[in-house]
Design a protein around this ligand. Structure first.
Ligand SMILES: Nc1ncnc2c1ncn2[C@@H]1O[C@H](COP(=O)(O)OP(=O)(O)OP(=O)(O)O)[C@@H](O)[C@H]1O
Length: 315
């Protein structure tokens, strides 16, 4: 797969604060997920790629050319960008706005109209093409912003948290669109949820506090960290159960009347339950299941499995 974009040792500071600290990854054709919790540095990295922020160090190589070199801005026409919180002029209709933008990109009026209409159809805004931006819902604005990014074929699409503000239908449509775009181009798509990358991205880069903690295939990431097994036990006294299990060397977390622990083997489940019963704890139910991708992701970014178990939302 040819590499479309290579980010090398990217550093970006805001004053003395280092927001991005030596980030490196490469994007080939297809969808590449840029995943990390809030404040990890996803938007800053993307802004450096699309030229809205100037890196302090490192390099960004796009189609074999450094974007930091003189004159490289012409290459940015080959990138489509969807910002996390787009601002659009309120008085334009969807169609007028896209035609203007396409003409700014150098298309003739008739070509601009044709491409604007195609883009409107692709993002599901055809019916709303005569609606003014000010009358649009958040989700419609988001779709319109996606439309401006696909006005012309690009080599790279940079989509910053594109699913935010979209309804489930909008999310499904955008996932399809991203997959379609990824057939002929690189698509760098950010999210704070790794699970959003399932059945979408083939490659992912996970960043945490400005540094890359994983870059590579989603399958490899899954097999590397996703093989864990979790036991959830519903008990009468969670505090006592947690203390008992801790004394046996288990790392636990508790929530909603349950104790959750990570297991190394099947036998450990039986041992843990036996320890609870012998210790006088009433066990109402016990469920053994594999670690979800999201739990594994939290384990990866936090670097220790005990933190995984403390997240009830991950269950
Ligand atoms: N213009 C700025 N000035 C100062 N600090 C900034 C600026 N922009 C971002 N930061 C800081 O840099 C860090 C990374 O921010 P960034 O927006 O890149 O993270 P993110 O991964 O996109 O987060 P989110 O998922 O919340 O959008 C954060 O701590 C943020 O507060």
């Amino acid at each position: 797969m040819p590499v479309v974009l290579e980010v090398r040792g990217l550093i970006k500071r805001y004053g003395r604060f280092v927001a991005v600290s030596g980030v490196g990854f490469s994007v080939a054709r297809g969808v590449h997920g840029l995943v990390g919790p809030n404040g990890a540095g996803k938007t800053t990295t993307m802004k450096c790629i699309v030229g809205l922020a100037v890196p302090d160090a490192g390099d960004i190589v796009f189609l074999g050319e450094s974007l930091l070199a003189r004159g490289a801005h012409r290459l940015r026409k080959l990138m489509g960008y969807v910002a996390e919180m787009p601002v659009l002029p309120e008085n334009y209709t969807a169609e007028e706005l896209l035609v203007e933008l396409a003409m700014l990109e150098g298309l003739s009026r008739s070509d601009a109209l044709r491409e604007a209409r195609r883009a409107l159809e692709e993002v599901g805004l055809w019916e709303a093409r005569r609606l003014r931006v000010k009358a649009m819902s958040k989700g419609m604005r988001k779709r319109l912003y996606v439309a401006q990014a696909i006005l012309q074929p690009r080599e790279l699409y940079v989509l910053d948290e594109p699913f935010t503000g979209l309804d489930p239908e909008g999310v499904a449509e955008l996932r399809q669109l991203a997959t379609r775009l990824g057939r002929d181009a690189g698509v760098l798509l950010s999210s704070h949820l790794l699970r959003e990358m399932e059945d979408l991205a083939t490659e992912v880069t996970v960043i945490y506090r400005g540094s890359v903690v994983y870059t590579g295939s989603l399958d490899q990431l899954r097999s590397r960290i996703g093989g864990g097994v979790v036991l959830e036990v519903e008990v009468d006294d969670v505090a006592r159960a947690a203390k008992l299990l801790a004394s046996k060397g288990y790392k636990t977390s508790t929530y909603a009347g349950r104790v959750k622990l990570r297991l190394g083997s099947r036998e450990e489940a039986a041992e843990a339950i036996a320890a609870l019963v012998e210790g006088g704890v009433k066990v109402y139910s016990a469920v053994r299941r594999t670690l979800s991708l999201e739990e594994a992701y939290i384990a990866l970014i936090v670097g220790k499995s005990s933190q995984v178990l403390s997240s009830p939302r991950a269950a």
